[in-house]
Design a binder for this molecule. Structure first.
Ligand SMILES: C[S@@+](CC[C@H](N)C(=O)[O-])C[C@H]1O[C@@H](n2cnc3c(N)ncnc32)[C@H](O)[C@@H]1O
Length: 367
């Protein structure tokens, strides 16, 4: 999380002089960066706006940037949302001046990190269409293709999944009255899916939506006692760095790849201790691309999870393809991919692990 020390902000103030040329260059540079860049861009725009007269602002946006006002408004709104979630005060011009400097140094090392899938934050406003019904959810094939978030299943939340994925998991791998645990519950899609199918649910997050009944727990420290012997654990962790700026410093999305892998190794062991014998742990994961899939930046988080959960004693009971919708990518992402000669990733897998006694070789077969 960004340190919000106002007195430090104010002491650096005297060094903040406004230069329209410098700000124009920064705004243009930031557009190469996707999520982090959009936020930084929004802050820079707020800074420019606070320094220009009304008419000059309009001339600059149209003339120098060639953007529409709604584009700049959306970018500035995104920066305000980010600031709110991170307790970052940007409402006063003086503090904004210092924070933009801090944000710049924070994110300059993220430049060119392809932190993709930004349409939920799309400054051009290409919002995915919303599903109107939650009834047509049962899937009989092992491809669960749901393009849109269902407003009846969970709240709007960064990284929320179509709740129909949770419905299918619960339908296939639990029975009425069973206890389902979601330790990284986000907007609570699992909670609503459990209600709909008459399962019990306990849900946690480090950013808990209390009004949804989600409690605080940091899963890197393990499961609360009330989860012991549960029937199913539903895991939808951050997909490594994706959404890093939105979940805060304590989030596992703040980890680098080796630490993230260590987190998954420990998580697999904790799940094995917590779920009942014969019970299931499901793990939803999209692979991460640092340099677009067709170049050299493919990080296969799914294969990693298969190895780590098997190492903890689980058996892989199924692998279901839950492709990401192409709607998660904004025009910005697509343009970047084309410019870089790269491919955008839609592959997302749901791994179903079962806790069963280890197999042994008896006579001529495994039992
Ligand atoms: C992909 S989102 C889950 C979305 C959820 N399945 C939904 O449909 O709304 C991942 C969640 O993990 C949470 N998280 C990250 N690190 C965590 C930690 N150490 N302990 C608990 N929750 C964590 C984030 O706050 C975020 O809400």
């Amino acid at each position: 999380m960004v340190n919000n020390n106002i007195s430090t902000s104010l002491t650096t103030l005297t060094n903040q002089s406004f230069s329209l040329d410098e700000s124009t260059k920064r705004v243009k540079d930031y557009t190469k960066w996707t999520v982090a860049g959009m936020i930084a861009c929004g802050i820079e725009l707020m800074w420019v706006k606070s320094n220009l007269k009304h008419g000059d602002w309009g001339d600059w946006v149209k003339g120098k940037l060639g953007w529409s006002f709604s584009t700049t408004s959306r970018l500035m709104n995104m920066a305000r949302l980010y600031a709110k979630q991170n307790n970052l005060r940007i409402e006063h011009k003086q503090v904004l001046a210092a924070q933009r400097q801090r944000i710049y140094s924070l994110y300059s090392n993220l430049a060119l990190t392809q932190n993709l899938a930004t349409s939920h934050l799309d400054p051009w406003g290409n919002k995915p269409r919303q599903l109107t019904t939650s009834d047509n959810w049962l899937r009989v094939y092992d491809v669960w293709n749901f393009a849109f978030r269902d407003p009846n299943l969970g709240e709007e939340w960064p990284g929320n999944i179509p709740g129909q994925i949770a419905l299918n998991v619960i339908h296939y791998y639990t029975k009425e009255g069973d206890l389902v645990v979601d330790p990284m519950a986000g907007g609570g899609s699992t909670i609503d899916a459990c209600k709909k199918l008459n399962r019990r649910c306990v849900a946690y997050d480090i950013n808990p939506l209390k009004e949804k009944g989600i409690k605080y727990n940091d899963i890197t420290k393990g499961f609360p006692n009330e989860c012991e012997n549960c029937d199913l654990i539903f895991l939808d962790p951050p997909y490594y760095k994706i959404n890093r700026p939105l979940y805060g410093e304590q989030s596992v999305s703040a980890l680098e790849i080796d630490e993230f892998n260590l987190f998954v190794i420990q998580l697999a062991k904790d799940c094995y201790k917590t779920v009942k014998n014969g019970g299931f742990t499901t793990f939803l994961m999209q692979n991460y691309q640092t340099d677009f899939a067709s170049l050299n930046g493919h990080i296969d988080l799914t294969v990693g999870a298969i190895v780590f959960f098997a190492g903890a004693g689980f058996r892989l009971a199924n692998r279901i393809n839950c492709p990401q919708s192409s709607d998660v990518y904004s025009g910005w992402d697509i343009e970047l991919a084309k410019q870089n000669g790269g491919m955008l990733n839609l592959v997302r897998d749901l791994l179903i692990f079962r806790k069963l006694p280890p197999r042994r070789w008896e006579g001529s077969q495994w039992v």
